[in-house]
Design a protein around this ligand. Structure first.
Ligand SMILES: Cc1cc2nc3c(=O)[nH]c(=O)nc-3n(C[C@H](O)[C@H](O)[C@H](O)COP(=O)(O)OP(=O)(O)OC[C@H]3O[C@@H](n4cnc5c(N)ncnc54)[C@H](O)[C@@H]3O)c2cc1C
Length: 400
């Protein structure tokens, strides 16, 4: 049932009021720009408390069933909350892998037991999820993962290593793609998908430092780690299909995510505001025709991407290629955002090379950090090149 404009307007005004009263003040330490960079216990405690508060207010996963902690509401309500969270630059909702990939996946194809067991903890932030897909030699080539899961009675014994595991050192559970059979004709048919516990013997997460200087992802080692066989999702050998379904949520191809507020919003208007403050040789930088030209090109890209996102909501435009717009939006938006942040940092002239921690850096090195952090978006969930391949082959029907 379509929600009335009046009901949505009233809701928006309630949310605004709530945000005014509840969005926490700056905690005095650096908060991550996205869920990919939660590196310290201090950040984790702060963000977990915030997510819990948003959920308790009824503003998270509003369209998820109420029996699992949602509100059973129309998705339009969550969209309003997300917009308001971004508008006031509220802290991010950090349990993103749970909120936006695992939760929708379980609600879509999970068993009733798994829904009852996991979904509420994802929303409340009490149970943190990570994703164990990539391995040291198998990232884009995901179908070749080698981590082994061998059945032994009521358990599987896991051996191998995952890498770039965001939140892996804090997580309670991992969506784990592992090889249960090494002898299938197609490599994909030897893979299985588990809702694996992380806080057990034989699982060790080692944080890895990022180009931003922060932490957030890990290498996870499994050494004879025993997980219950009941954590297998679907049947043995059906893991590839479940992993592909997960990626649909990760890449925004399927709807159902609990909240879109997983990164600090840095928009084209922020860039323009920033450039307005820059001077070169005593003149406003934006008086330079070349800078103006580059600025306008980025504004046009931002506008085009926003329009593409709106087109996704018009079903006749997506009926021929259901994944096309979503995939191309991820591809273009993440690359545009990276260039936009680089441009804004580069326009600082001599200051552009100064980073977080340098007292002479503009705004504490905000734009430099934002630029480096953006690589997480152009690589994670499938690199730009891999997205381009998928669009070319599966949407446009071009040869390999
Ligand atoms: C911040 C961050 C967080 C991440 N979090 C997680 C996580 O939580 N869980 C998880 O499982 N993974 C995670 N990843 C890993 C991510 O999914 C992989 O890095 C990504 O899939 C690429 O794999 P790779 O690193 O092995 O690079 P490779 O696959 O080795 O690619 C190297 C380069 O080759 C290019 N390339 C590869 N194959 C092709 C091809 N067929 N055609 C053209 N070019 C190609 C790539 O585009 C890339 O430029 C994260 C990554 C980042 C950066």
């Amino acid at each position: 049932m379509a929600e009335s404009d009046a009901a949505l307007k009233k809701f928006q005004s309630d949310v605004r009021q709530w945000m005014q009263e509840n969005v926490p003040a700056d905690p005095g330490f650096l908060l991550p720009l996205s869920f990919l960079e939660v590196g310290t216990e201090q950040q984790l405690d702060f963000l977990r408390a915030w997510q819990h508060k948003v959920w308790q207010a009824g503003y998270l996963g509003m369209h998820w069933p109420s029996e699992f902690g949602g509100q059973g509401a129309d998705p339009a309500y969550q969209a309003i909350v997300d917009r308001e969270l971004q508008r006031v630059n509220a802290p991010i909702l950090f349990n993103t892998i749970g909120l936006n990939w695992v939760g929708p996946l379980l609600l879509d194809i999970g068993s009733q037991e798994s829904q009852a067991k996991y979904v509420k903890g994802i929303l409340s932030g009490d149970e943190i999820w990570c994703q164990g897909f990539s391995e040291p030699d198998h990232g884009s080539d995901l179908g070749s993962v080698q981590t082994r899961a061998v059945r032994d009675g009521d358990e599987y014994v896991i051996n191998g290593s995952k890498i770039w595991t965001t939140l892996g050192n804090f997580a309670d559970h991992m969506i784990l793609l592992a090889r249960t059979n090494t002898e299938t004709a197609r490599k994909y048919d030897g893979l299985s998908f588990f809702l694996a516990p992380m806080k057990i013997a034989g699982v060790d997460a080692h944080p890895i430092r990022k180009v931003t200087g922060e932490y957030g992802f890990n290498q996870v080692f499994f050494t004879d780690a025993r997980i219950p066989a009941a954590t297998l999702m679907r049947e043995e050998g059906q893991g590839w299909g479940v992993a592909m379904k997960t990626l649909e949520y990760e890449r925004g191809v399927s709807a159902g995510q609990a909240s879109a507020h997983w990164m600090v919003s840095i928009q084209i208007d922020d860039m323009v505001d920033q450039l307005r403050g820059y001077q070169r040789d005593g003149e406003a930088l934006l008086n330079d025709p070349i800078v103006r030209d580059d600025t306008v090109k980025l504004i046009m890209e931002a506008k085009a991407s926003a329009l593409s996102r709106s087109r996704m909501r018009i079903s006749p435009l997506t009926s021929d290629y259901p994944m096309g717009l979503a995939l191309s939006t991820k591809y273009r938006w993440t690359e545009y955002a990276r260039r936009m942040k680089l441009f804004t940092a580069a326009m600082q002239g001599g200051h552009s090379a100064l980073y977080v921690g340098d007292e002479d850096a503009y705004q504490g090195g905000f734009w430099q950090r934002a630029y480096f952090s953006n690589f997480g978006a152009t690589i994670g969930g499938g690199t730009t090149e891999v997205q381009a391949n998928i669009i070319a082959e599966h949407v446009l029907g071009l040869p390999k």
